[in-house]
Design a protein. Structure first.
Length: 419
């Protein structure tokens, strides 16, 4: 069945069934691509024992693979917005998924650290396109009455990918080898690309967006505004925790509790299940505080303080009696990370002028990637020098209180901006 003249993106209040189906397919495709984005990121960390045994890597060399990913993503984010705006989401998104899928499969051909580094760099560069392209796709092709629900569904995808990957990839690699794991996960992206091309050929933008050009970025205004640096700094301080757990959690459970390649999936899945619950529920606290009569400033900072205190559970993973208790400690930390991040993004939408918000958030993501690089490298150094994971968990436990102190120092009183 073809979509009739009232194409997806037209403004009827009751879209016909064909248009609704096309919108559902679009949301599903973006969800699947975003989940794949995290599947491809996690595979290397989950296969660390196999790869170390084959290539005789030390922890610092393994850390370099994570660092090159973070640095490549950070550099790429500087040009991602231009790339997506210049070539359009249909072409840009398709090219990005094709490149990162091929880069993922290329890991199976790598025979040295240097070759893995090249594959990781290309993977990171292409994967950095996902979030900007996904959000622009939703804004371009979904009518406003369906957009919020669609974005909410899409935003759960990273956690779903992070839950399923540790459950599926280690057993698959044990059965068929680590190279097959990279080939299959990369191949899923090629399947997605075919579905994307077939399903989006008849999409039409909402309203007049096809004619709308990218807005000019006022860099002077952004970089001279304390509000911008408040968001960027807080993202840089807190995002490192997410990247540390995503990259090093499999090794922690293997090293701390002696879990094998086939048994570490359960605790890691529990960690990211709690993170997913945090992503879904964490937006509820702030409006409750507002309804109780707190000011915007007090409500937002109180919500952040609550989640910053919950993260203090993370270091207890070092003294947990078994991997499941450790997973709960780390999982509640990521639950709170999602809560703090939700409030941080909410704060950004309140204090940053709308015309600047996308650029400020992108700069915050770059800051997070750079600090993520730092903690991944520090973890490799700490493990190679016998300090273990204790310093890393101490940093993670205190990061959110430091971030909140930074926010309060930069913005003693949060005031909603009037555009």
């Amino acid at each position: 069945m073809t979509i009739p003249e009232r194409q997806l993106g037209s403004p009827p209040s009751q879209p016909d069934k064909a248009a609704a189906r096309a919108q559902n397919v679009l949301i599903g495709l973006i969800f699947f691509a975003t989940a794949l984005n995290y599947v491809d990121r996690q595979v290397l960390a989950l296969l660390k024992p196999m790869l170390e045994a084959e290539f005789q890597w030390n922890d610092q060399q393994f850390a370099h693979l994570g660092s090159i990913f973070q640095l490549s993503a950070a550099v790429s984010l500087l040009g991602v917005g231009w790339f997506v705006d210049r070539f359009g989401v249909r072409l840009a998104y398709g090219v990005a998924v094709a490149v990162w899928s091929l880069a993922g499969m290329a890991h199976a051909l790598a025979a040295s650290v240097q070759q893995f580094v090249v594959a990781r760099a290309v993977l990171a560069t292409a994967e950095s396109v996902n979030t900007p392209a996904a959000m622009k796709t939703a804004a371009t092709y979904l009518p406003i009455e369906r957009r919020s629900v669609g974005i909410g569904i899409i935003n759960t995808a990273p956690n779903i990918g992070a839950i399923l990957t540790p459950l599926l990839i280690p057993p698959f690699a044990l059965a068929f080898g680590w190279k097959a794991a990279f080939v299959v996960t990369g191949g899923l992206g090629i399947v997605w690309l075919i579905a994307w091309q077939l399903s989006t050929s008849r999409l039409r933008p909402v309203g007049g967006q096809a004619k709308a050009g990218p807005a000019k970025v006022a860099w002077g205004e952004i970089l001279s505004d304390r509000r911008s640096w408040t968001v960027i700094g807080a993202k840089a301080i807190t995002d490192l925790v997410w990247w540390f757990v995503l990259f090093w959690a499999p090794d922690f459970f293997s090293r701390q509790f002696g879990l094998t390649q086939g048994t570490l999936g359960g605790p890691i899945a529990l960690v990211f299940t709690l993170a997913a619950l945090g992503a879904v529920s964490s937006g509820a606290l702030y409006p409750v505080l507002l309804h109780r009569g707190l000011s915007l400033n007090a409500a937002r900072k109180s919500a952040m303080l609550f989640f910053a205190l919950v993260v203090l559970l993370m270091p207890l993973a070092m003294i947990a009696p078994n991997p499941w208790i450790a997973a709960l400690c780390i999982g509640f930390g990521l639950f709170a990370h999602q809560g703090f991040s939700t409030n941080l993004f909410g704060m950004a939408t309140e204090i940053i002028p709308t015309r600047r918000i996308a650029t400020v958030i992108a700069l915050g993501a770059i800051g997070g990637n750079l600090t993520g690089t730092g903690i991944i490298e520090f973890a490799g150094w700490s493990l190679d020098h016998g300090l273990g994971y204790a310093p890393l968990f101490v940093i993670c436990g205190g990061a959110y209180l430091v971030a909140l102190a930074f926010i309060h120092l930069m913005q003693p009183k949060l005031v909603a901006v009037e555009d």
